[in-house]
Write a protein that binds this ligand. Sequence first.
Ligand code: SAM
Length: 266
Amino acid sequence: MSSPLSQPEVWQAVAPHYAAELVPTFEHYANEALDLAGVGAGQSVLDVACGPGTLAFLAARRGAEVMAVDFCAGMIGELAARLAETPAAIEARVADGMDLPLESGAFDAAFSMFGLMFFPDRARGFAELHRVLRPGGVAVVSSWQPMADVPLMTTTFGALTADLPPSPPRAMPLVAAEAYATEMGAAGFVDVQVVATRYPVEAPTIGAFLDSMERTNAALIPVRAALGPSGWAQARARAEAALAAAFGDGPLVGDFPAWIGWGRKA
Ligand SMILES: C[S@@+](CC[C@H](N)C(=O)[O-])C[C@H]1O[C@@H](n2cnc3c(N)ncnc32)[C@H](O)[C@@H]1O
């Protein structure tokens, strides 16, 4: 069974808040990815599963010409709104990262930050990145490390989903570090490398943290739908108590460990 995160609808629901609330943190990962690929002026860059253009705007600021695609029309709408405020060399399109409507060999660097990891067929996602790169071009892909390694998330999700039946088993949604070499290698990439990285998020209160999770976490959309309004209110109260017991009442600080992997098209 595929993850709900492989459907555009859940991303549509969080798109209106994503740019304001998540982009400032996600930009740290994007800048690290751009540094790893050595993106600079005059390069042709592709951002797959671009969201509201987190990496795309940073790449354009470095002088690159950017094509940005996402299968969620709401995310592309948010990108367009940002572009109206801050014009940049970005063309944006609604498209599936597993079937890119783009010419082969067109890009110097291709990225998918926390996007390809959710594709139901990652092999197709990697193959498409490989196809659209010129020989010598670089692909960079990031993924979250397993949620089980992030106490803030296990506490939050454990409390919010306690009344739901366990999720049916499905294919591993995360790309483990070792999987980069295997999966990128299978797509034809060479010189594959992976780094571990992490950046902090801070919320002034537990309530503010849960409010933001409600607005921006796509995985919670199906949880809320399954619980209904009163079930969700109970789950939220349980999460507040669990977070206070685990982390105290003060500001909540957590960090989100991720992998960034990259490889070259021979
Ligand atoms: C966690 S967000 C990351 C957005 C952005 N890359 C960033 O770093 O802020 C995941 C994005 O992947 C997009 N996405 C998921 N599956 C996709 C697919 N098959 N094709 C294109 N976009 C997809 C979602 O719509 C969402 O915008």
